[in-house]
Design a protein around this ligand. Structure first.
Ligand SMILES: Cc1ncc(COP(=O)(O)O)c(C=O)c1O
Length: 473
């Protein structure tokens, strides 16, 4: 069936509402922006509520339903939902809808913290499947089919498996074979594809998890498509999932006053990608190739590494940490997605022909930021040791044992062998280094100390600035 993906039912409904020159006797309290100063009124104008014609996210029948149907049609899902609380809520609802107390959930170790929080809320039992690493041990990649096969030998009755595909850094892996294997055991595959909503475009992008058998697939539309922050999608890909249960958890976990600006931007983002042409896609690739080459030419010390996602680049400057490189770029007004001890991650835009982006200006600025930096041949940082040789690990305490258990502060140098009691997460990327209930290893301490030394932003209840973390007594 041919569907017109240029349609934007929710945006149209909002425009139609505005055409009535409405007088607001309803929430939100800014009264269509009238209570704001003049310059910000337009900014508030789409911030509406469940008025006639504007539908209701929690019981969609009109414009929102039509928008979600267009979304589902584009992604070829069984059903798709708009999310107004990010992939965070998508991961949690997916886990809660598929797992109950005591169920085993296989989970990729370098998952986002929302996955572990969802498992904790469900009181399920996580089995942490180790990832592969790049050869320097600096970048976590995906899990291997072998690691999944080995884990399944011990946990054939697992209820669900949560995989992160692609990784934050834009790496993909053989998720198709992995999902085939998991489905042989009737295990539900929840794919946190937060960073891959654009994969549905197809080549030269990697394949979308929805096309390879993902049972639930979650997209942060706001990360890679033109949607507002917190705007995400949850897609049900197969009949293995109870849609009513997913809907029930989404209604519980999301605000009863969902943001119309976010929902309108989700409608727009789907229409944007749904009408992107093959020619436009090619021009995006040409621009990315030009940009990579121009960056490489900008300075002999600058390495530009392409990932599996053509829109993600890793920059490395020999002799500098990623944080130092990021700071240099910020001095010339160039703001990047994240830095780590080694790399800076840049995310490129997905452009349509009527949009432009200042690539040339960015190259001029990078050149100026780096022009006084000497070229250093030697990499100052040795490779990290491999985190573990095991295929998987489990928590040393289950959630019931952790509940109410006494905690104490311990000096990070002396934390090896202790059991972490608080989640500690460098942000971005939001991947926890310490997980409550997990035994702390020497290798984790080394990585954590590197983040602290580099003054990374680290979320969680800790005093790492003074050298302390929380552990169970
Ligand atoms: C892999 C991954 N999953 C989920 C999330 C959470 O997404 P959101 O910010 O849309 O809640 C993030 C956020 O960075 C992420 O990197």
């Amino acid at each position: 069936m041919k569907v017109d993906q240029s349609k934007t039912p929710l945006l149209d409904a909002i425009r139609s509402h505005h055409s009535k020159e409405p007088i607001s006797f309803h929430v939100p309290g800014h009264k269509n922006g009238l209570l704001m100063d003049k310059n910000s009124r337009a900014f508030y104008s789409t911030d509406l509520t469940e008025l006639s014609g504007l539908d209701d996210l929690h019981d969609p029948k009109e414009a929102i339903l039509e928008s979600e149907e267009l979304l589902s049609h584009y992604y070829e899902s069984e059903h798709s939902f708009f999310l107004v609380n990010g992939s965070t809520v998508g991961n949690m609802a997916a886990i809660l809808a598929t797992c109950s107390r005591g169920d085993v959930v296989l989970v990729q170790r370098n998952c986002h913290k929302s996955v572990l929080n969802g498992i904790k809320l469900a009181k399920a039992e996580p089995v942490l499947v180790e990832t592969e690493w790049d050869e320097d041990g600096w970048i976590p990649l995906g899990v291997s089919p072998e690691a999944i096969r080995e884990t399944l030998k011990d946990y054939p009755h697992a209820k669900a498996c949560v995989l992160t595909y692609p990784t934050y850094y834009g790496f993909t892996y053989d998720i198709e074979s992995i999902m085939e294997e998991l489905h042989r055991y009737d295990i539900t595959c929840i794919i946190d594809e937060a960073h891959g909503p654009h994969f549905k475009i197809g080549s030269p992008f990697p394949r979308s998890a929805l096309d390879m058998g993902g049972d639930i697939v979650i997209h942060s539309a706001h990360k890679m498509l033109p949607a507002m922050t917190m705007g995400s999608y949850l897609h049900i890909g197969s009949g293995r999932v109870n849609r009513q249960k997913v809907q029930e958890y989404l209604s519980m976990l999301q605000s009863s006053s969902p943001s119309y600006p976010i929902m309108a931007s989700l409608d727009y983002a789907r229409s944007y990608i749904g009408t992107l042409t093959e020619e436009e896609c090619k021009r995006n690739m040409e621009k990315a190739r030009y940009f990579v080459k121009a960056l490489k030419d900008a300075h002999a010390g600058l390495d530009v590494i392409r990932t599996h996602d053509p829109l993600k680049l890793l920059l490395r400057f020999k002799g500098k940490t990623g944080y130092e490189l990021q700071a240099l770029l910020e001095q010339v007004g160039l703001f990047t997605e994240l830095a780590d001890p080694f790399y800076v991650l840049m995310i490129l835009p997905l452009l349509k022909d009527d949009k432009s982006f200042p690539f040339e200006e960015a190259v001029v600025r990078v050149t100026s930021a780096l022009k006084r930096e000497p070229v250093q041949e030697e990499l100052p940082d040795p490779p990290y040791e491999k985190m573990t040789d095991k295929f998987y690990s489990v928590l040393s305490l289950d959630y019931e044992q952790m509940d109410g258990k006494e905690e104490r502060w311990v000096c990070i140098d002396e934390a090896e062998g202790q059991i972490a009691s608080q989640m500690v997460t460098p942000y971005p990327p939001g991947i926890p280094l310490l997980i409550p209930g997990e035994m702390i290893s020497k290798k984790t301490i080394v990585r954590l100390q590197d983040y602290v030394k580099n003054k990374a932003n680290i979320q969680g209840y800790h005093r790492l600035g003074e050298g302390y973390v929380r552990v169970y007594r």
